[in-house]
Design a binder for this molecule. Sequence first.
Ligand code: KG4
Ligand code: ZN
Length: 339
Amino acid sequence: MEKDIYILGIESSCDDTGIAIVKNGREVLSNVVASQIDIHKLYGGVVPEIASRNHVMNIDGALNEALEKANLTLDDIDAIAVTYGAGLLGALIVGVNFAKSLAYATGKPLIAVNHIQGHICANYIEYPELEPPFVCLVVSGGHTALLEQTDYINHKLLGTTTDDAIGEAFDKVARECGLEYPGGPNIQRQAAQGSANITFINKPHEKHTNYNFSYSGLKTAVINYLHNAEQRGQTVSVPDVCASFQKEAVDQVITKTVDACKNLGYKKIVLAGGVSANMALRTGMEERAKTINAKVYAPKISLCTDNAAMIASKGYFNFINNYSIVDPKTLEAQSSLPL
Ligand code: KG4
Ligand code: ZN
């Protein structure tokens, strides 16, 4: 029988400090997330400097808690995996320096993980039987990307946003509607009370020749709608605005993802990233995927948003493939990474 492999994952790319321990890439032994949402809510969005400072305050305690919950010590860990990009530079530096020191002090291998690839791996935890290849939609606060994941390491980028990320559009529209950060879950809650009776982008999506996305036009159309109503002294139905925005926002990614899956001849669609927690996206994708006999995979809600278990899972697949094992003296955080 092969030896079990325990990976310690570290995540600090935005406003969640995460430390997790995952066995063999798919079994979560502990997944500690110290959320800063209540702090950033006061400012209407993530304040990078405050995020970095809170990572520094939380990270030691998160490590101890993760080891305790997994009933392991650092001696039991085979390798340390850390998000080194993309994300807020100051926030990333905290996790990267912590991981470098830990790897240096313990002599354990250090594995550099791309945050976006980490999000995809949340699905390997959720579905122990899931294997590449598949078509994958990564939708988060910073990314909207359609990928063809060919194996556990390699992927091809099929399309990305030409302007705003979908999560960014959810957060900005929410703010304009007077809803708190993070906007996505609040838009979803409001949308459930409204009906999608407003058309913001007045032309049907043209027959597309590529898999790129665009969200700034939709975001601006919603903001203009709200401002025009305000200038005319008209009251708007926030639930209807949210339902209409949400429908147009998710329709765009659903259409292109299902098209890509059909054109490439796959039967598996994998969703990843914070916006994949959105129920309209999940149910809409499932309905449309049925028309091409494809199955949709999406992590449970707590694994959709930022966490370190997904980073440990990706670390495991990198480790067993001898990929992205780096020198703890030289690894540097990167605010942006190629998709
Ligand atoms: O992946 P994530 O936790 O962080 C980044 O890597 O960006 O994604 C955060 C994003 C935010 O824009 C948040 O509003 C959005 O995910 N989000 C949602 C939902 N839950 C989180 N968007 C729509 N519907 C949701 N239920
Ligand atoms: Zn993320």
